[in-house]
Design a binder for this molecule. Structure first.
Ligand SMILES: [Zn+2]
Length: 408
């Protein structure tokens, strides 16, 4: 452990517990949830009836009493239970600062996680596998250890997904080597037809599609979700179908993260500066579900690009939200005010150039980037934070899954 330094990197490993170990882990997740919900119920009542504000110290003092009343809580590490109180504290702080809604109760079907206090040991047994030793367990849990853990471990936690899988997240602090400078920059235009159009300063451009396997799994999720909505809530069949949907959701999430990590990694390694557009402008149109999924995908992509650029010493340039990248002819600068969203191609009436909508937008972003670089205003103008919210965060530091190496 290194005091005072924030974790900047995290590894994600899948756990393969035995039936007995699963029970132990589920109990720990359940106990953390129990403490969280118990304290929340109490705090909510005090707040609604007496207007009394949450006080973390008061509630921390409740913990030993709670353990006396509910002895099953003693089976889980006490620091994990304390962490539940701190998490609730964060939720209340966000609420009182106006950053989020009143804290919500945690639901069993959403899974959950718990923090592992020091005393664990991770041991590699061969190229593929490792063992996780926990003080309260006699036998170690099998871990798919696809990479070695480098750096000082800052925190480690176990997550139970809604689909019933367990993952180990190891957050570390490690020195990251900056990459050698390259003399190429690129601009990225995200679109509905293709996931992204990338234009490079050497004249090359490419259209990146959502991978076929991802699109296929997404379609399956939608199909199984429809089936779920027709089932009686609370019935055995409903529960079976819910689990099926949850497993598919997990698959989609993993596949998408894998795709976005690979793409962002490639872009950052091959370009010295990356020009991005303002996503909030794109968010203005249409509100259907597939758009929503696409939107969260772009945000995640920008977030990955942001912290990787910071790690490896690349520049991010965000175009001004009023910069008309689609409407402007990148050759002569004419502005096509009549351009509609459905127009995939257009011909510039002034210089006669035939434009592909996305490539033209990308080339304009590239011009924006050059103007920015020559004016000396370089550097990451802002970073994308986790969860789609934007703000200036220290790259990676607040991203729980930041750089989860299983997908890099
Ligand atoms: Zn023109």
């Amino acid at each position: 452990m290194r005091a005072g330094k924030q974790a900047n990197y995290s590894y994600k490993f899948k756990l393969y517990p035995t039936k007995e170990q699963k029970q132990f882990l589920k109990r720990a997740v359940g106990s953390v949830r129990f403490v969280y919900n118990y304290m929340l119920a109490r705090a909510k009542e005090e707040y609604q009836k007496e207007g009394k504000k949450w006080n973390v110290y008061e509630y921390k003092k409740l913990l030993p009493l709670l353990k006396e009343e509910y002895p099953f809580l003693k089976e889980s590490p006490s620091q994990s239970l304390q962490e539940a109180v701190f998490n609730l504290d964060k939720a209340f702080k966000n609420f009182f600062a106006g950053r989020s809604d009143f804290p919500a109760f945690k639901k069993k079907e959403h899974g959950g996680s718990f923090y592992l206090p020091p005393g664990f040991k991770i041991e590699r047994i061969n190229q593929k596998w490792g063992l996780l030793w926990l003080p309260k367990l006699k036998e170690p849990i099998k871990v798919r250890l696809h990479r070695d853990i480098e750096g000082d471990i800052a925190a480690i936690n176990v997550r139970l997904t809604p689909a019933g899988s367990f993952y180990l997240t190891v957050r570390v602090y490690k020195e990251i080597q900056k990459l050698k400078p390259v003399d190429r920059i690129c601009a990225i235009d995200v679109g509905l037809k293709h996931f992204a159009t990338i234009c490079y300063s050497d004249g090359y451009s490419e259209k990146v599609e959502n991978p076929k396997y991802l699109v296929k799994t997404e379609k399956r999720v939608a199909k199984e979700q429809r089936k779920l909505s027709r089932k009686q809530k609370g019935s055995k069949n409903y529960e079976k179908q819910r689990l099926k949907v949850a497993k598919l959701h997990e698959k989609v999430k993993n596949q998408r993260e894998d795709f976005l990590h690979k793409l962002s990694r490639r872009i950052v390694s091959e370009n010295q500066a990356i020009v991005l557009e303002d996503l909030n402008v794109k968010s203005l149109f249409s509100g259907n579900l597939s758009r929503h999924i696409q939107d969260s995908s772009w945000r995640k992509f920008f977030e990955y690009l942001s912290y990787k650029a910071l790690w490896y010493g690349r520049d991010l340039i965000f175009a001004d939200r009023f910069y008309p990248s689609s409407k402007t002819c990148h050759v002569c600068g004419y502005k096509n005010q009549e351009l509609k969203l459905s127009d995939r191609e257009w011909v510039c009436p002034v210089c006669g150039t035939r434009h592909d909508r996305d490539i033209n937008a990308g080339k304009n972003l590239l011009l924006y980037g050059f103007a920015h670089l020559t004016s000396g205003r370089v550097g990451p103008t802002r970073a994308y934070a986790c969860g789609g919210a934007k703000g200036s965060v220290e790259a990676g530091s607040s991203c729980r899954e930041a750089g989860s190496s299983s997908f890099q």
